[in-house]
Design a binder for this molecule. Structure first.
Ligand code: ADP
Ligand code: MG
Length: 457
């Protein structure tokens, strides 16, 4: 039963940390059980144990308590490693993730509980394009130090567009410029967890001191604290105290401040005092630039792999959702090509990435279908939705229904409803009709093919 708890905690860790970090840091641990209030682990090396302890013990402790096992501490001893085999690979991969951003300095100031910084997330590795140039410029400005001109810097945008990357880049750069700067980067979730711990152990004073002693505070994914009232309250006070001292704050969220439901009004308005910049969805050029940059760095690891021309363009065109997915696709391609020792052609790429390509296939909507069909036949959208039965309208309507059936996953009744409140039998009839006509009427076949290509483009 006890190991079951660890099993559930492991599942959560895998989800939250991502497969790589999980494999590097969590998998090599052996859970020994609970002793009094302590959860004990064996780690294959002291390095690994220390690292996990420094970076993930809060998280592990929190997850234990979420699963009904309240522990006061998590401890890692160095032990025999059942899994000694993974040791070398773990150590080899370790440099991927760097030390936590701030160590306590010898000044007696409290240690800052920063989240680990990803060594790859630097300004050098950030590709700038139209959609992110403002966010990038603002982040640079913050990292350069100097007088605080906008406070906070609020970065927002959809998932995988580079918010976390930019924040880590600020931390690296600020630390390079001034090794004494106290830069604290953490997620809003970690902020909350720290605060809740402080409340529980009646230690809010040192919590406050700690957060008020930094030069740059960066809180990632702040939408997380929406609806969590006492955490918001504390966040607000920390925020104000730092602004009063002219200390820089950087916040990220998946939405603009005003759009975060459950966030107190005073916080929303305070967040809007500074500079609010959004990271726009990537465009084709930016995606291609990112792919080229990442391909260069992959090429250093896999010098034997060659990528046929047109493959990167194909990926930039087809995978438009998020940069993380784009990167994952490229990494997989290199790993695959290096294993099987083949050149990555367009065919290989399509085969190797079939699942990703399917998932990112553009979703065609019924509205688009109606609009495109109306355009194509030079009739009005309202004609398609109207009860009119004249051939000039009825045929395009049937083509539209046929396309809706074949290009979307909508049900027949739903399609009928969307085409002017028609019955599902009408849709069945339309689909049959167009199928028949396509075989004998080359004009219809061509119309359907052309519309399909336009809709799927
Ligand atoms: P977010 O925090 O906005 O969800 P991340 O910062 O975690 O997104 O970025 C997701 C992945 O995409 C990261 O590996 C990051 O390095 C990469 N990435 C995003 N934007 C860029 C960019 N402009 N240049 C290079 N890499 C990028
Ligand atoms: Mg992020």
């Amino acid at each position: 039963m006890k190991t079951d708890v660890w099993g559930s905690v492991q599942d959560r860790l895998r989800d939250d940390l991502g497969a790589d970090a999980y494999k590097n840091w969590i998998e090599p641990l052996v859970f020994e059980g609970f002793e009094a209030n302590i959860a004990r682990f064996k780690a294959p090396t002291g390095f690994l144990g220390n690292w996990v302890s420094r970076n993930y013990s809060d998280k592990i402790q929190m997850l234990f308590s979420e699963h009904g096992a309240d522990v006061a501490r998590v401890e890692f001893a160095t032990g025999v490693a059942k899994k000694a085999a993974t040791q070398t690979s773990t150590a080899a991969k370790a440099p991927k993730v760097a030390e936590p951003v701030v160590q306590s300095r010898a000044t007696g100031s409290p240690e800052l509980p920063g989240a680990p910084l990803d060594a790859r997330f630097t300004f050098d590795a950030f590709v700038v394009g139209k959609p992110n140039e403002l966010a990038h410029a603002a982040a640079r400005r913050v990292a350069e130090g100097g007088p605080v001109t906008f406070n906070p810097l609020f970065l927002y945008g959809g998932v995988g567009l580079g918010k976390t990357h930019l924040m880590h880049a600020i931390a690296w750069e600020a630390r390079n410029r001034n090794p004494d700067a106290r830069v604290l980067y953490l997620s809003a979730e970690q902020f909350m967890y720290r605060f809740v711990q402080a409340l529980r152990f009646k230690d809010t004073m040192s919590f406050k001191e700690l957060f008020r002693s930094v030069d740059i505070l960066m809180v990632d994914d702040v939408q997380f604290i929406a609806g969590k009232d006492s955490t918001q309250d504390e966040f607000f006070h920390t925020f104000n105290a730092l602004v009063d001292q002219n200390k820089q704050i950087v916040i990220s969220a998946d939405r603009a401040p005003g759009e975060i439901d459950g966030l107190e009004e005073r916080i929303k308005s305070r967040l809007q005092w500074g500079l609010v910049v959004d990271l726009h969805p990537t465009d084709y050029e930016l995606r291609l630039g990112i792919l080229q940059t990442k391909a260069e760095s992959q090429a250093q690891h896999y010098p034997e792999v060659s990528i046929a021309s047109g493959v990167l363009e194909f990926l930039a065109h087809r995978i438009s959702t998020n940069v993380r997915v784009l990167e994952g696709a490229l990494t997989r391609l290199y790993a695959f090509a290096s294993l099987v020792g083949r050149e990555v052609t367009l065919d290989v790429a399509q085969e190797c990435l079939a699942d990703i390509l399917r998932a990112t296939d553009r979703k065609v909507t019924i509205d688009e279908i109606i609009r495109k069909v109306a355009d194509h036949y030079n009739i009005r959208m309202t004609d398609i939705l109207s009860p009119k039965r004249a051939r000039a309208v009825a045929r395009p309507r049937q083509v539209g229904m046929f396309l809706a059936k074949t290009l979307t996953s909508k049900s027949l009744p739903e399609i009928g409803r969307r085409f002017g409140g028609r019955d599902h039998t009408t849709v069945i009839h339309a689909v049959k009709k167009i199928e028949e006509l396509r075989a004998v009427d080359s004009q219809i076949a061509e119309d359907v093919e052309m519309l399909r290509r336009m809709l799927e483009a």
